[in-house]
Each structure stands twice: as C-alpha cells, then as structure tokens.
Design a binder for this molecule. Structure first.
Ligand SMILES: *[C@@H]1O[C@H](CO)[C@@H](O)[C@H](O)[C@H]1NC(C)=O
Ligand SMILES: *[C@@H]1O[C@H](CO)[C@@H](O)[C@H](O)[C@H]1NC(C)=O
Ligand SMILES: *[C@@H]1O[C@H](CO)[C@@H](O)[C@H](O)[C@H]1NC(C)=O
Length: 528
C-alpha cells in the first residue's frame, strides 16, 4: 500500500473512532480529600477513559489523593495545608457517643452543634487557603494558561467554587453536602413541613413535635451559615469579586449539580432543572472474588454470609462493643466477613473471618451474602440497594443516622445504637434481619426500582459533564429565584400591598355602611 494511502486510512480510522463530542477537554478538578475522594475518583477514571485531560489540585500533604496517577495530572498546592489528623474521626466518635445518651429531641441538635463547630473550622481554613491561592499571581497565571474547559468540584469545601468562579469556568458539582447541609437546601425550595433537615434524624412523615424539631434544625443551620461561616469569606470576596458577591450566589451559579442521590433512597422533594441525580454511580456488577475469599463464601453452605464493615475511617469502637459483636457472630450458623483493624477480639468465633480490606461491592453482590452490617455511609447504602442486601445499621457519625433512617422507613434495615450495643440486642436484631423475609423483599424492591432507569447514573453524570463542556455552560437551566432578595422571593412586598388594598377596601366598606345606616337611623328617628 502506498504510504500516502496508508496515512489517509489511518487518519480516516482515527476520525471515525474519535468520539464526536469534546474529546480531550481540559478539566480542572478540585476534590475533597478523605471519603469524598472515592466519589470523585470513579468519575475521573470514566472521564479519562473517554479521552479527557484531567488536572487535580491536591494538598501536598494529602493522605488519600495520590500525587501520581495514570488518569490525571496532580498539581500540588501548598496553601492546602492539611491540619486535620487521622484520629479526627475517633475523637469525634467519642463526642457523638456522649451525645447519644441525651434525649432524642436534644441530642440531634447537640450533635449538629458538634458538626457545625468542625465545619466552621474547616471553612476558616478553606477561606484562608482560597485567599492565598487567589493572591498568588504565578499560580493563577499557570491555571489560566492551561485554558480549562470546565471546573469539576465537590463543593463540600468551597475552594473549587471560588477558584472556578474566579477563572470564570463553566462549573459542574459532584455534590451531596454543601455549606451546612445537603445540596438541595442551597438550590431548591425545601419546605421544612415535609423535607427533613439533615442531622434531624427525621423522615418525611412528621408529627407536630417533629416539625418543631425540624424547624429548629433549619434555623440553627441558617444562623450558623449566615453569621459564622459566610463572614470567613467576606474579605476574600470583596477583594477578588464584583461588589455584592456573596458565597451563596457564587455557589448557585454552578451550571449543573450532579447530586449523589436517588429517590429510592432520598425522600421525594422539590428540585430544579439544573439538578441531575447520580446516586449509586459507584455501584457496579460484582466481580469475581479472590480465590481464598470465594472459598470462604462457598464454605458457608445454605446459611450464607454476613458482611460487616464500619467504613475506612473509624477504628475507634470501644473494646467491649467489638467483643459483644464478635461473641454474637460466633453464635450464628452463618459465616461472617468482618472488615476489622485493631486488636483481635477474644470472643471471635471460628465462623468469622477478619480482613483489613475487603472488595465490598463484590462481596455485597455475591449470591451467598445474606446481610450487611454497616455504619451507614452513603456509598455502602447505595451498594446495598444496588445488590438488594438487607442492612443492620450501626450509625456512628455525620449523615449516617439519617442514611440508615431512610432504609429503615422503607422496611429494608434495622438500626442499633453502637454506643449501647450489647451482645443480646445485636444478636436479636441481626437474626431478625437474617430470618424475616420482609427486609430482603423490601430492599430487593428498592434495588429493582433503582436499576430501572434509561441511563446508568455514571452515564448520566458523564453526559451532563460533557453537555456543559459542549455548550460552554448551562445558564438557561438556572432559575432567577436565587438572585432575588428574600422579601421578593417570598412575595412579601406583593402580599403587603395586596393586604393593604384589601384592608383599605374593607375599612371603606364598613365605614360607608355605617354612615348610610346611621343616616337612615337618624332619619327614622326624626320621622317618629
Ligand atoms: C493537560 O493538562 C495539563 C495541565 O495539568 C496541561 O499542561 C497539558 O497541556 C494538557 N494537555 C493537553 C493535551 O491539553
Ligand atoms: C507533590 O507532592 C508529593 C508529596 O505529596 C511529592 O511526592 C511530589 O513530588 C510533588 N510533586 C510535585 C510536582 O511537586
Ligand atoms: C467451630 O466451633 C464450633 C463450636 O464452637 C465447633 O463445633 C466446630 O467444630 C468448629 N469448627 C472448626 C472448623 O473448627
């Protein structure tokens, strides 16, 4: 074949194979370290496989975000000094255990207060980091020179929001948490009469007392946001953004909100045109287990296996709690795979396998798996839904109480307080989840609903990210609601004018009536 023809053919094949859309766009990613990175990573891998060039900003001291990777280029930023320590979660767990002794009504507020203190501190650090970043002309020039097409960020910390807005990049969020709560509360109307505020441990069926509690949570969050968190950013916003810019208005200008939620899990609530739901995007078909683990699963016979994991970050369960759990497991006819780091419990039965890491998704998708004992982290909950495995929840921190509550009200989970866990109550709850077929039936129904959709959550996420790149934003999907002052948003000015007119009209009517009546009356009197 002639070389020219060869080249033409190669070029033709290349053109045919090349995806039609925005291949090789430059995407700037500002992730959140820790467990949130897991959520970002899978999306980045997918974006990379579609030919995009990905740049990740990471703290040079990051624990979880590697500085070299096959699917992204890392940029170290020294401003992001990681001040938190690895014992953070264990310390917080002790505080939360103390809270759990209080009355239900008070404890959720007290717990929220603990969380807010951490959030406020995190925001203070973040505001300082963002200010250093925007003040650094070398760094900003470097970012501008790459000509990024998109900012993809997790707005749980505001660094990406500020940098993306400053560089005027189209912006997509991979979000569940923002500011002091769940993403919807920052963008969509959220009537507190039926939308439970995160942290309240309520569901969408609230009695009068519950609604008082929900309102208190709402007000507490609003006050914290406006009077504690926002002020940290005001200096920075004044210096680098047009006058009148506040944090919320920057956040609300994102083009698409990929919210890590699905309504088989979250309670139905109002939403917005630029909100896209990708809950469960990380769950996949189970892959084969390593031989050793597979043999263990098969050795369980018809009884099957219980899988237990309390997440990556918590090592701090009290000793007697782990002993009680181990002793309860030992009495089961099932086998148990327990993700456990720390000192081996003495009461461990020979049916229990301790592992320090597990392929959780593959285990949950295994046909022998009968139940999942979990802390209620979002990823685990969606994996349980995807594979239809009933849950025994031992929530420990943050949103985990709310998450387990969501499965509980659907009849797909039981919940236990980890702080008051005894061998007997743990065994009773676990046996209930294993033997009562309703839990499995209910979660399999959720699984069926969750999977019955036109496009997988991951494909949905990628579609919308590329949509924003192709169209250089999605401004047409943004409602003007977020730009209005609160008294206009709630039509208070209109209500005031209309009320005044009505009152004036009624007053005139009454006055005229009285006048006429009086005249007639006095005329009558005269005639008599
Ligand atoms: C990919 O991104 C890096 C920045 O991380 C940039 O230096 C490089 O030029 C980009 N590659 C392409 C092909 O645009
Ligand atoms: C970024 O930081 C890591 C340590 O976290 C270091 O190993 C790496 O060399 C740094 N990369 C650059 C380009 O400075
Ligand atoms: C496991 O322990 C039970 C009783 O505790 C015992 O009957 C059984 O033989 C043990 N199995 C193995 C394989 O050691």
């Amino acid at each position: 074949m002639a070389p020219a023809l060869q080249i033409t053919l190669v070029a033709l094949i290349f053109l045919l194979l090349k995806p039609t859309c925005c291949s090789s766009s430059n995407i700037l990613v500002v992730p959140v370290d820790g467990s949130h990175w897991v959520n970002m990573k899978v999306i980045l891998q997918e974006l990379h496989s579609r030919g995009h060039n990905i740049t990740v900003l990471r703290s040079s001291k990051s624990w979880y975000i590697p500085s070299t990777s096959t699917f992204y280029t890392a940029v170290n930023v020294s401003m992001l000094e990681d001040e938190s320590d690895k014992n953070f979660y264990s310390k917080m767990l002790q505080d939360v255990f103390e809270c759990r002794n209080l009355l239900t009504f008070i404890r959720t507020l007290r717990q929220q207060h603990l969380l807010m203190k951490k959030l406020a501190r995190g925001n203070k650090i973040m505001a300082r980091a963002a200010a250093l970043m925007l003040d650094d002309p070398v760094f900003i020039k470097k970012m501008q020179d790459v000509h990024f097409d998109l900012m993809l960020t997790d707005p749980a910390l505001n660094l990406g929001v500020l940098l993306g807005s400053y560089l005027k990049l189209p912006m997509v969020y991979n979000v569940r948490w923002i500011n002091v709560g769940e993403g919807h509360f920052s963008i969509a109307p959220s009537p507190v009469s039926y939308v439970p505020v995160p942290g309240s441990e309520l569901n969408d069926n609230m009695g009068f007392q519950d609604r008082i509690k929900n309102m208190l949570h709402y007000l507490y969050n609003a006050v914290t946001l406006h009077f504690i968190i926002n002020p940290y950013y005001s200096d920075l916003l004044q210096r680098h953004f047009p006058p009148g810019t506040d944090l919320l208005s920057l956040q609300q200008r994102a083009d698409i909100w990929l919210i890590r939620t699905d309504f088989v899990f979250e309670f139905p609530r109002p939403t917005m045109p630029n909100v896209v739901y990708i809950g469960g995007f990380q769950a996949q078909r189970a892959k084969h287990l390593p031989t050793e683990l597979e043999d263990f699963m098969q050795s369980s016979g018809d009884h099957g296996v219980v899988v237990m994991s309390l997440g990556t970050f918590v090592h701090g369960l009290p000793r007697d709690t782990t002993e009680a759990i181990a002793a309860a497991f030992a009495e089961l006819p099932q086998k148990v795979v327990w993700r456990f780091t720390g000192e081996r419990p003495s009461s461990l039965g020979n049916n229990t396998l301790l592992v320090d890491w597990m392929p959780q998704n593959d285990l949950l998708g295994h046909p022998k798996t009968r139940a999942f004992v979990a802390h209620g982290g979002t990823n685990g909950m969606y994996e349980a839904i995807y594979h239809g495995v009933p849950v025994l929840g031992l929530p420990l921190l943050f949103d985990q109480f709310d998450n387990v509550e969501r499965l509980k009200v659907r009849g797909a989970a039981r919940m236990l307080e980890a702080g008051f866990l005894k061998k007997e109550n743990f065994l009773e709850a676990l046996k209930d989840v294993l033997s009562n077929p309703s839990y499995r039936r209910n979660i399999q129904l959720l699984s069926q609903l969750h999977r019955n959709r036109p496009m997988s959550p991951m494909d949905t996420a990628i579609f919308w990210i590329e949509y924003v790149i192709r169209n250089k934003g999605a401004a047409h999907l943004q409602s003007v609601g977020s730009t209005l002052p609160w008294y206009i948003y709630y039509s208070l000015d209109v209500a005031l004018v209309l009320m005044t007119i009505i009152v004036a009209f009624m007053w005139t009517a009454v006055f005229t009536c009285r006048l006429i009546c009086c005249r007639r009356f006095s005329r009558k009197m005269k005639e008599e």
